[in-house]
Design a protein around this ligand. Sequence first.
Ligand code: NAD
Ligand code: UDP
Length: 315
Amino acid sequence: MRGASRKRVLVTGGAGFLGSHLCRRLLEQGHDVLCVDNLYTGTRENIIDLMSNPWFEFLRHDVTFPLYVEADEIYNLACPASPIHYQFDPVQTTKTSVHGAINMLGLAKRVKAKILQASTSEVYGDPELHPQKENYWGHVNTVGPRACYDEGKRCAETLFFDYWRQYRLKIKVVRIFNTYGPFMHPADGRVVSNFITQALRGEPITIYGDGSQTRSFCYVSDMVDAFLRTMETGDEFTGPVNLGNPREFTIRELADRVLELTGSRSEIVEKPLPQDDPTQRCPDINLAQSVLGWSPKVELQQGLRETIAWFDGRT
Ligand code: NAD
Ligand code: UDP
């Protein structure tokens, strides 16, 4: 790729789980990638294979501080995503979402870049509507332990839409539902990484509550595909758009799948359900299907196999 078709793409949070996959894919497409990350939950290991690529640059930087670089497109992914990590330093979590959004929007405005915000299904809180459509405003506890993340992300969405209304910035807001795959942090406490590491070590599988709560799990390659398609949409499309796999599983079903695929003899134990843990979550992806021509392709069985293979040997 040469000249005009090679874009300068900034990925914040690029050393994290989703960010590292995105950087890899953008490089494969021939773009010039600047990965900005403070390595709070991300690691150099996630991007070590990219370091020798002359079109890849890593900058250790905290997005709560201003950043002066040049870019044609910005993917704003910086933010701890797992409940354990985002609740460890909740004030920093809100700052990352809010100040981070302000700084990246300011940058996009100065350099006239398109900017995509990694929002989340958590903006719907513990939803009363099922499955969740983009026009649902959510059911969020503003003062609970998840609020630093949920409200931080909601405020970031507000900022994106105000920059769009006020400055006609080219924005894209994607609401990501639970995503899994290789390069997930093994100790981040998310359900897929927990169950897989527990099964591979022969330790008890910890189901929180009775395991009847549901989630839908999207494989990472499908999610990265959707990010790229969203960025390619015309300026009139802003989102918010739900991205996720609409196939819904109970947490107990997930535990059974992991046990079956690993051949593990781990027992299942029940632990208390964390406060404000959503009981049901499933995206309505009609908008993504119609505007992006996208729907997830990788079945849970196949995605879990690949993820288990990656974790095997690392746990
Ligand atoms: P992750 O924790 O693996 O990645 C987040 C990255 O952001 C890490 O590399 C971390 O070091 C970096 N970061 C955190 N605070 C920062 C700061 N202040 N400055 C610079 N970098 C900072 O999580 P992920 O799963 O890859 O999530 C990426 C994005 O997608 C997040 O914004 C998250 O909220 C969103 N998201 C993810 C999921 C999911 O299921 N994985 C679901 C919904 C939303
Ligand atoms: N969960 C569980 N056991 C674990 C980790 C998580 O049963 O070891 C449950 C958790 O209570 C929640 C679901 O799995 O109902 C998904 O949790 P995760 O932290 O992965 O994501 P989120 O709650 O943000 O969707």
